[in-house]
Design a protein around this ligand. Structure first.
Ligand code: UDP
Length: 239
């Protein structure tokens, strides 16, 4: 494959689980590491929008297992993502002096702006990091889907899926020692092989609209910058 030029505008999707450092709540060390990497990329002139999950607090499907109504549980999950957004905003602004705006899909005027796509794009053009909270604002969806949808709507060049593993494997590398990493794969191959990259809704949105996805390890320092520069890290998913 031909080397890709660097990106101009990207959407970075961070799992909530990672934000919690594997536990409940927010792990300041992880948030600091992420904020530092984002600051580095923004300083190089790339526009960065972020979507964060809420799995370190609540996941709707898990609360449903415990007997809760699914939709109400999903709203708890969406609210959880907003706490992660505020944590990242704090580290970006106070540790790194990067201007940020949080925009939420569920309005909460005292805490964040409402999601207004054209305003989000304007913030990005001014070099501000825009952090999208509350997913897409609807139960039964995921923050992966929010990442794909926001990336499409605000015109990002790629969806960067930051994970705790190096990319897309033939099998789960945590349970299967024979799992090997793909450096490149098509959206269609991922679906046909039933590989777990993002949930099916998120994934099919990207496939149908030819949104490239780069799956990479967030815990390797400097990886966000490498992905943005177009270096070959992790797995590139294209049509
Ligand atoms: N959620 C939702 N709609 C959305 C985004 C999220 O209902 O558009 C809820 C859902 O319950 C989900 C929780 O918020 O389990 C946390 O998001 P997610 O599981 O995507 O977080 P991650 O796994 O990335 O930490």
């Amino acid at each position: 494959a031909t080397p890709r030029p660097g990106f101009r505008r990207v959407l970075l999707k961070l799992g909530g689980e990672m934000f919690g450092g594997g536990g409940l709540g927010v792990d300041p060390t992880v948030v600091q590491t992420v904020a530092r990497q984002i600051a580095e990329v923004v300083s190089s002139g790339v526009q960065v929008a972020v979507v964060i999950g809420g799995g370190n607090f609540f996941r709707g499907a898990e609360l449903q297992q415990g007997g809760m109504d699914r939709s109400r549980a999903d709203y708890m999950g969406m609210l959880a993502t907003v706490m992660n957004c505020l944590a990242l905003q704090d580290f970006l602004e106070r540790s790194h002096g990067i201007d940020t705006r949080v925009q939420t899909a569920i309005t909460m005027g005292q805490v964040a702006e409402a999601y207004i796509p054209r305003r989000a794009m304007r913030h990005l053009e001014k070099g501000r990091v825009v952090i999208f909270g509350a997913g897409v604002g609807m139960p039964y969806f995921s923050t992966d889907t929010a990442g794909a949808q926001r990336a499409l709507e605000i015109g990002c060049d790629a969806l960067l899926l930051a994970k705790g593993v190096d990319g897309v494997y033939t099998a789960d590398p945590k349970t299967d020692p024979d799992a090997t990493l793909f450096t490149e794969i098509t959206h269609r191959q991922v679906l046909e092989r039933g590989l777990k990259v993002a949930d099916a809704t998120a994934f099919s949105l990207c496939m149908d609209n030819r949104m490239p996805i780069i799956v990479f390890n967030l815990l390797t320092e400097g990886n966000i910058a490498r992905a943005v520069r177009g270096e070959r890290i992790g797995t590139l998913v294209t049509t």
